[in-house]
Design a protein around this ligand. Structure first.
Ligand SMILES: [Zn+2]
Ligand SMILES: [Zn+2]
Length: 409
């Protein structure tokens, strides 16, 4: 009983105090507008009791101009036209008119693409670089055999280079990363990038050896274009730790058999190592991804639509794919040949997981097929075909095929 009285008294007290207060009626009495360097504020006053309070207004965004490169091509900076504050980041910025000569000038670090329409681009020695701010010299290019032969070897090491696109960055051509023998003809004279000499035949020509250890290509839209890595038969032209992320490849036709949106090809002496393709989109190319003799490949979260094959994971003669091959969470649709063709593998662990296949079989109903696998294992989990779970694989660890029955097609 005593307890109940206490509760009633407490309720009455709260009600009385509430009555004593009034609801403030705030009105703005002064405003300081914010700028991009100083916060603003609104001062409010209660029309009833005269109390005041202040509310901060966030700074405005800076009005930055374009990014500009430092003279040493190590950083790029932009400045606010209002308060002159600057922002600096590592790497260089390129635009459609200077992209190629600047890419010729850097072997490491970040390259930011500004929005615009770009033509063909390449990572090679086959373009003249003397107009670039940093030119390759005999010393830093590692020129061999300068005096005792008429054919030279130039070596370009690419280490941890990032090519960063974004909204509005469109490449209307190809991105080629090429090693091999470079020479001109009478009709197509090229310039030696190191010596500056003209080459109109194989005399005085050169071999371009591009070795890559760490290259990330991110956010580029290639219209009708491809990204191709070609090592030919140069044994030191190795390509490893390459990632292609959030890129799109919108082609025009899936009929042209040499049209491979992402292509890793070797003459047979070099291995590609640790190749990752992630969150990218391919439409209307003959083959979405084509790779020869890759050690450790991951293709994840990509869409391949209207290609002849979504992927071809191949060998070149005795050079077979090997290591970890992960094909996960991709959507492969509307192929007129198999979704994925595997060539010969050796010592590979193949994981085909959580992929969505839609209308992606050849005329025999085959969806996936391997050639001879040696010492390989596979897992096949969580995939669907036209929304139907399809985790059955017929074959063995040494070769297998996935065929969709006619009812499911
Ligand atoms: Zn008040
Ligand atoms: Zn500012």
């Amino acid at each position: 009983m005593r307890k109940n009285i206490f509760v009633v008294a407490l309720v009455l007290l709260v009600a009385l105090v509430g009555c004593a207060e009034h609801e403030h009626s705030w009105k703005v009495i002064s405003t300081t507008e914010p700028t991009c360097s100083v916060e603003g504020e609104n001062v409010f006053k209660c029309e009833g009791c005269g109390a005041t309070r202040t509310e901060r207004i966030e700074k405005l965004a800076h009005t930055f101009g374009e990014w500009k490169n430092s003279d040493d091509l190590k950083t790029n900076t932009r400045e606010c036209s209002v308060c002159h504050e600057t922002e600096t980041r590592d790497g260089i910025v390129v635009n459609p008119s200077n992209a190629q000569e600047l890419i010729n000038s850097v072997n490491t670090g970040k390259v930011y693409f500004t929005a615009g329409e770009y033509g063909d681009l390449s990572l090679t020695h086959s373009k003249k670089v003397s107009t670039a701010k940093v030119t390759f010299t005999k010393e830093d290019a590692d020129v061999n055999n300068l005096n005792d032969t008429t054919v030279y070897d130039y070596y370009r090491p690419i280490v941890d280079l990032e090519l960063i696109g974004g909204d509005g960055v469109v490449i209307k051509g190809s991105f080629i990363c090429n090693s091999g023998h470079c020479y001109g003809t009478k009709d197509n004279v090229i310039t030696d990038p190191i010596r500056g000499t003209k080459i109109d035949s194989t005399n005085n020509s050169y071999y371009s050896h591009i070795s890559i250890d760490g290259l990330k290509i991110e956010g580029l839209s290639l219209e009708e274009g491809i990204i191709r890595f070609d090592t030919y038969s140069l044994s030191d032209a190795t390509v490893k730790n390459v990632t292609i992320e959030s890129c799109s490849f919108i082609g025009v036709s899936s009929k042209d058999t040499v049209d491979q949106a992402m292509s890793f090809r070797t003459g047979g002496h070099a291995l590609f190592e640790n190749i990752t393709i992630i969150n990218s989109i391919v439409e209307k190319h003959c083959i979405g991804f084509y790779g020869q003799a890759i050690q450790n490949l991951r293709i994840e979260g990509c869409q391949f639509d209207s290609a002849r094959n979504g992927m071809q994971i191949q060998n070149v003669g005795d050079y077979k794919f090997n290591g970890s091959v992960v094909v996960k969470g991709n959507i492969i649709s509307n192929t007129y040949d198999r979704a994925i063709r595997f060539g010969e593998g050796n010592d590979a662990t193949i994981a085909i997981e959580n992929n969505t296949f839609e209308k992606a079989v050849d005329s025999d109903g085959e969806l996936l097929k391997t050639q001879t696998l040696t010492n390989c294992t596979y897992s096949f989990i969580g995939n669907t075909y036209n929304d139907v779970p399809m985790d059955d694989v017929s074959g063995s660890d040494s070769s297998w095929v996935v065929t969709i029955s006619t009812e499911e097609v």
